[in-house]
Design a protein around this ligand. Structure first.
Ligand code: PXP
Length: 238
């Protein structure tokens, strides 16, 4: 199972003081050296963390780069120039603090944007809620993968956790049966990730906020990446 490290919040910290450090590209190189399988970043249209001028240094620092992007032409143009390995299409509104729900898979522009990315040999994933129709529609749109939004699972109280986990399991199984790769992410932490990492159909987890925060207390980015990788491996084995 691959670990994608979302390095947006290294840029959040930099931007909070209007400084040049910490540098997200340096962080990207460090997490890769520590064993992350890919680097994920989300240049939001308001550039609140990753900025468009970060992207090329991130591309150079990341052997595998996953670009999260809104389904708009402006971002498509950035993606076509940048040539990330993956483009993960996400919903985006200015008001939200973070990506709050899955993509509307019926967006009119989606088929055209997916096709343009695929024509440029960029693999496409769609960040969707763990919902049957969204998985089926993603497969019919020709996406290479779905990334299941784990936010509802991560936020669930004790009485709902099992139900939210089952939704992820069912969506992962349907993804596999539909011939589409399955990734997952959002809100995952060292405390809640094991049951998700144990879902065999899921091939990749993208983790950001908690992993970057844990670096403060675990002794740095390297230690944090290693802790997440180790927990993912042990969840898979058990
Ligand atoms: N995957 C996607 C598509 C996301 O939008 C995000 C948040 O930017 C993440 C994963 C990582 O979420 P978190 O920062 O909560 O780990």
């Amino acid at each position: 199972m691959r670990l994608g490290v979302n390095i947006d919040h290294v840029a959040t910290l930099r931007n909070a003081r209007g400084e040049r450090y910490p540098d997200p590209a340096v962080a990207a190189a460090r997490v890769v050296a520590a064993g992350a399988d890919l680097v994920t970043c989300h240049p939001r249209l308001d550039q609140r963390h990753i900025r468009f001028d970060d992207l090329y240094a991130l591309r150079r620092a990341s052997p595998v780069l996953n670009l999260e992007m809104a389904a708009v032409d402006f971002m498509l143009e950035h993606a076509l120039r940048l040539q990330p390995d993956w483009a993960c299409i996400v919903p985006e509104t200015r008001e939200e603090v973070t990506t709050e729900g899955g993509l509307d898979v019926d967006l009119v522009d989606l088929p055209r944007i997916i096709e343009a990315l695929k024509q440029a040999s960029i693999k496409v994933s769609l960040f969707i809620d763990p919902d049957d129709r969204a998985v089926r529609r993603s497969a019919s749109l020709g996406a290479d993968a779905v990334e299941l939004h784990t936010g509802a699972y991560a936020q669930a109280d004790a009485s709902e956790t099992q139900m939210e986990l089952q939704r992820l399991i069912d969506a992962a199984n349907l993804g596999l049966a539909s011939g589409i790769a399955v990734h997952a992410g959002h809100g995952l932490t060292l405390d809640n990730l094991s049951p998700v990492a144990a879902i065999t159909g899921i091939q990749e987890l993208n983790i950001g906020h908690a992993l970057i925060c844990d670096a403060l207390f675990l002794g740095g980015l390297e230690a944090s990446v290693k802790a997440y990788k180790a927990l993912m491996a042990s969840a898979r084995e058990s």
